[in-house]
Design a protein around this ligand. Structure first.
Ligand SMILES: *[C@@H]1O[C@H](CO)[C@@H](O)[C@H](O)[C@H]1NC(C)=O
Ligand SMILES: *[C@@H]1O[C@H](CO)[C@@H](O)[C@H](O)[C@H]1NC(C)=O
Ligand SMILES: *[C@@H]1O[C@H](CO)[C@@H](O)[C@H](O)[C@H]1NC(C)=O
Ligand SMILES: *[C@@H]1O[C@H](CO)[C@@H](O)[C@H](O)[C@H]1NC(C)=O
Ligand SMILES: *[C@@H]1O[C@H](CO)[C@@H](O)[C@H](O)[C@H]1NC(C)=O
Ligand SMILES: *[C@@H]1O[C@H](CO)[C@@H](O)[C@H](O)[C@H]1NC(C)=O
Length: 776
């Protein structure tokens, strides 16, 4: 295994940058810009590419020396471009040059965002865990596929990353095991075959990394990267359980247990009062990681990172640009949709060439009964390892009635830090509401004020969705209905009391899956004629490996260390899709990234384990704006029948059609590009339909050989959908056939989206595509 040399040439640069004031946004010295140049011509070697980048920079800088010093990264494997410290004027001068596609500041992105989850995916197919196993065995557990994780690094000692019994490292691997703080080449093995870290853009912005709360190496201080990596490709660990013994029983295993992992650490703590809580991941660093990962030979990239706030245009979005060039080389890129639901138009990672993953619940609960003094019982959920005394009733108080004077009334029930009065809370069970602040910090506040336990209540908006945490004291969390019942009891009782019973793990909870309230929704704010998210996978209360450098709550005052932890988020659902992609890649090594995405999307289900429609946490029937094509079914994806393929040129055409974006200077946009609805995506979206529109799709037969497919259509309300031809006959595997879908509006709409679907079937395969239409 090759060792990386420490990044000597850049250390000087960090030092210089540290002298610059930390608020770099309106400065003359400059900030980190990404200068994107599209594709490589293929005619140049890496030195020549580097020289090109230097000479472009030199053309706007005063000296060659200055040009060299300002360069942070030269992207040379798959993406053509570089990251450099530029003034706004220098950036503007570069973007005016013909060969430059776009120039944009490297922004910090948010890092948003198992055991039972994998069994549940199988189970949902009606076979109690058998079906994922059958895909795994067909795909040999993904043994020659390499999954690259862009995240907060990795805790290599976790048993999830043991290489016991694994074969030699696949030949396509060209990466390294980069050494650094508490991390040397012995930390990589035949499971974790590579690890690197990227922080030049982070340090250009924040100054030198503070190593009291982070490792300058691939080692994960935070836990997030270890969690997502083990969800994707962790080895089975018998008896794995969260603190308190919850969720244990079956061996914790990732989705593709024999796939190889390469950790690309791009997320780092945000300096400030709580550096352990929040991470940021800079685009220039991520782009370098994606470029290296593609050069290293990964087959799948898992990116549980998204943007907050305004969504950048695709040609000014580091993840989208990196993913486009990765997809061109056959790499499947899975990204989380974000945790900003349930509001509409919140989904991030909106490029058609990534697979955008929403989050849903699994069929496991950690039930603990709350018994009120009135005798009423309410079911909560908890994984706290601490218990109240048996058979004792404790005084019960609403946090809003236990605050110190001066606490703003709009947050008085929230148990924000230092808001509770110890005189009022001591010895009591305190009811705190969710809404603002961290759940685990609310528990800490109750503990600080001397409370005996916490009841974490959902406001109405969170309805039935109960995320669980390793709380620092006894406690449990309850649905909105439960919260109302408890508050009513407190209001009506002179001396309210309660107790919280011991929790136990319950399986086969119905309904499940349920769309998570936090899962970000469509419509796609950048291109309304492309449905996002694409798919949903388990993301609520997921057990996976954890960093032993941080506590399960990540709070400074929590000194516990755990090997496994339970987390919720689209960060957790994304690696489920990455793992499935790895298994499919192992089965079909020559499939394109689009083909693998298509297989997962067209075989997803819109029904839950009861056979009814999937609902959301608010109890309403969910739709494509929440789950895209539906909930992932890995084994069905292994035999999808037909696929919707898309090439690099198709994506460039899509770029032309969507706001005239040009990604590759060597590609000329046609004068009248086809509508973005025409991209050969496995879903169809037509925004603002008035009159009639016809879109085209092409399917490839990936079944055995001869097949005759017929289409059935489920029309959206007020829209007629005609497909011709209605049958497609295939004489051989690999044959392609096109068809046309004509949408006709009946009446007018108010911008609201209506959904339907069409399904091609040969009697064995059911190749389903959602259609989503808004009427003008
Ligand atoms: C890596 O570090 C460990 C623990 O400090 C040490 O035992 C091992 O020899 C080191 N390996 C290499 C290759 O330096
Ligand atoms: C690093 O972080 C620690 C803990 O938050 C803090 O006490 C220290 O001052 C920081 N060091 C620097 C150089 O900012
Ligand atoms: C509470 O009110 C204050 C002052 O009006 C406001 O700044 C704050 O955002 C509010 N907080 C919440 C959670 O609504
Ligand atoms: C909450 O309770 C009300 C009244 O009992 C019921 O109509 C509603 O469906 C419940 N909501 C949930 C999410 O359980
Ligand atoms: C409890 O009583 C207060 C004051 O009478 C009222 O504002 C509040 O809405 C009541 N809460 C519930 C849950 O009934
Ligand atoms: C929707 O279509 C109508 C009629 O074709 C047009 O006037 C309107 O500008 C369109 N709105 C949007 C948001 O594209």
């Amino acid at each position: 295994m090759r060792k990386a040399s420490p990044l000597t040439p850049t250390l000087l640069l960090f030092f210089l940058l540290r002298l610059i004031p930390s608020s770099l946004s309106h400065n003359k010295q400059g900030q980190v810009y990404i200068v994107y140049l599209g594709e490589h011509s293929g005619a140049k070697n890496t030195e020549e590419i580097l020289e090109d980048h230097h000479s472009l920079l030199f053309s706007v800088k005063n000296s060659e020396e200055e040009a060299r010093q300002s360069l942070l990264y030269s992207y040379k494997n798959s993406i053509n471009g570089f990251a450099a410290v530029l003034s706004d004027e220098e950036a503007a001068a570069l973007s005016a040059m013909g060969e430059v596609v776009s120039t944009f500041p490297s922004k910090g992105r948010w890092s948003p965002h198992t055991t039972r989850s994998w069994e549940f995916i199988g189970h949902e197919e009606g076979l109690k865990g058998q079906e994922i196993d059958s895909l795994r065995s067909k795909a040999k557990d993904g043994k020659d596929v390499i999954i690259g994780m862009l995240d907060s690094g990795i805790w290599p000692e976790s048993k999830s990353f043991s290489d016991e019994g694994m074969g030699p490292i696949p030949k396509q691997w060209k990466g390294i095991c980069q050494e650094g703080d508490s991390f040397n080449s012995s930390n990589c093995n035949k499971k974790l075959i590579g690890a690197r870290y990227y922080l030049k853009a982070y340090e250009a912005y924040y100054g030198a990394l503070n190593t009291t709360y982070a490792y300058r190496s691939p080692r994960d201080h935070d836990g997030h990267g270890t969690h997502t990596a083990s969800t994707a490709a962790g080895r089975p660990v018998p008896g794995a359980a969260a603190l308190g013994g919850f969720a244990g029983g079956t061996p914790a295993s990732g989705g593709a247990p024999l796939a190889r992992l390469a950790a690309y650490k791009v997320c780092w703590p945000i300096p400030g009062p709580n550096p352990n809580i929040e991470n940021t991941c800079f685009e220039a660093d991520m782009l370098a990681a994606i470029d290296d990962a593609v050069g290293d030979g990964v087959g799948v990239l898992s990116i549980s990172i998204g943007s907050v706030g305004a969504k950048p245009r695709l040609d000014k979005d580091g993840i989208a640009i990196g993913a486009l060039h990765a997809a061109r080389r056959g790499v499947v890129v899975a990204c989380s949709a974000g945790n900003n639901g349930p509001a509409p138009a919140t989904a991030s990672n909106l490029a058609p060439w990534v697979i955008t993953v929403g989050a849903s619940s699994i069929d496991r609960a950690f039930r603990s009964p709350i018994t009120l003094g009135s005798g009423m019982t309410i079911t909560g959920q908890t994984v706290t390892p601490y218990q109240l005394k048996k058979k004792k009733l404790y005084p019960l108080i609403y946090a809003g009635d236990a605050v110190v004077p001066g606490t703003p009334t709009n947050v008085s029930g929230q148990c924000l830090p230092n808001s509770l009065s110890p005189e009022k809370a001591r010895g009591k069970i305190v009811v705190c509401l969710r809404g603002s602040g961290l759940r685990v910090a609310k528990a800490l506040e109750v503990k600080r004020a001397g409370g005996s336990a916490i009841i974490l209540g959902n406001p109405l908006a969170y309805a039935n969705e109960v995320p669980v945490d390793a709380l620092l004291l006894p406690g449990t969390a309850v649905s909105a209905n439960g919260t109302i019942a408890i508050l009513n009891y407190i209001n009506s009782s002179r001396r309210p009391t309660a107790t919280i019973g011991r929790a136990h793990t319950v399986l086969d909870v119905r309904p499940s899956p349920v769309m998570a309230q936090f899962s970000s929704r469509g419509p796609n704010v950048l291109e309304p004629n492309l449905l996002k998210p694409d798919i949903t996978a388990p993301g609520l209360n997921i057990l996976a490996a954890w960093s032993e450098a941080s506590s399960p709550t990540k709070l400074d005052d929590d000194h516990r260390r755990v090997k496994f932890n339970i987390l919720s988020g689209t960060s957790m659902s994304c690696p489920h899709v990455s793992a499935t992609a790895a298994l499919l890649k192992s089965l079909y090594p020559h499939w394109s990234s689009a083909a693998i995405r298509s297989a997962m999307m067209t075989t997803a289900t819109v029904n839950d384990a009861n056979g009814g429609p999937i609902i959301n946490a608010a109890g309403q029937v969910a739709g494509p704006m929440e789950y895209g094509s539906g909930h992932i079914r890995p084994n069905h994806a292994a035999d999808s029948g037909l696929i919707y393929d898309a090439s690099y040129e198709d994506y460039l055409l899509f770029g032309c059609a969507t706001a005239g974006l040009q990604f590759d200077p060597s590609f000329e946009c046609p004068k009248c590009p086809p509508s973005p609805s025409n991209l050969n995506h496995p879903s169809v979206t037509v925004a603002n339909l008035s009159g009639t529109i016809t879109v085209r799709r092409t399917v490839t037969n990936v079944g055995q050989s001869k097949a005759q497919y017929r289409v059935t259509v489920l029309e959206p309300v007020s829209v007629s959908v005609k497909i011709r031809p209605k049958t497609l006959g295939f004489k051989a595997a690999g044959q392609r056939k096109s068809f046309f879908i004509t949408f006709k509006a009946h009446g007018k709409g108010n911008g609201e989206y209506v959904a339907g679907s069409y399904t091609w079937s040969d009697g064995v395969h059911f190749v389903r595509s959602p259609v989503v239409v808004s009427l003008a």
